[in-house]
Design a protein. Structure first.
Length: 196
């Protein structure tokens, strides 16, 4: 299976995810309701929702907005094996959902924006063509946005109205944190030399 994944450049996988996201948008409300994060349904054992919620969206505007983020990931042309990027998508989806579940404040949730914050941070870090200063700037801007969204001064400036629901900024924070942690681990491992 990993041989199949290795045949495609990393930049192609976000494009395939865009197609999947848009297909699910086209599928409509019944599919969204069957796949969304639903706290009470998860309590009853519908655990697939912990991952599937990050592929479905509130509607076309929401799906297209998140697809734009996936296109940015593709545009940055990050290095690495495609299966690792997909593994990050799945694992960070699971971690975000588990955190939201135990937090208990979110009843329903859909969208890829939480995972996207982590993907964008990592794509900037691993970009094949962006200059170092641009990569650092992108990571800093996303990090500042995450901190701002957690501050008491943050207020939704209309994105919720555009997508047709509320923005779960905690998902953004958790996804961004996952991306930063991956970078920190990789950076630390490259700095630590084994004892001779």
């Amino acid at each position: 299976m990993s041989n199949f994944f290795s045949r495609f450049p990393v930049a192609v996988w976000p494009l395939m995810l865009v197609l999947f996201v848009l297909l699910l948008c086209w599928a409509g409300t019944p599919v969204v309701q069957a796949l969304r994060f639903d706290h009470s349904a998860i309590e009853l054992g519908e655990y697939w929702r912990l991952i599937s919620a990050h592929f479905v969206h509130l509607g076309w505007a929401h799906g297209l907005l998140n697809s734009g983020g996936l296109l940015l990931v593709s545009w940055m042309q990050p290095t690495g094996k495609a299966w690792r990027w997909l593994a990050f998508y799945m694992l960070s989806s699971l971690c975000i959902s588990i955190a939201l579940f135990f937090q208990g404040e979110v009843v329903t949730y859909v969208g890829a924006s939480g995972v996207l914050h982590g993907l964008l941070i990592m794509a900037a870090f691993y970009s094949q063509w962006l200059e170092l200063w641009r990569r650092v700037l992108i990571i800093l801007l996303i990090s500042v946005k995450l901190v701002w969204e957690q501050s008491p001064w943050y207020a939704d400036t209309g994105v919720g109205g555009l997508i047709g629901g509320y923005v779960v900024v905690d998902a953004h924070f958790l996804g961004g944190l996952a991306g930063l942690l991956v970078i920190l681990v990789v950076f630390t491992k490259s700095r630590i030399k084994p004892l001779a």
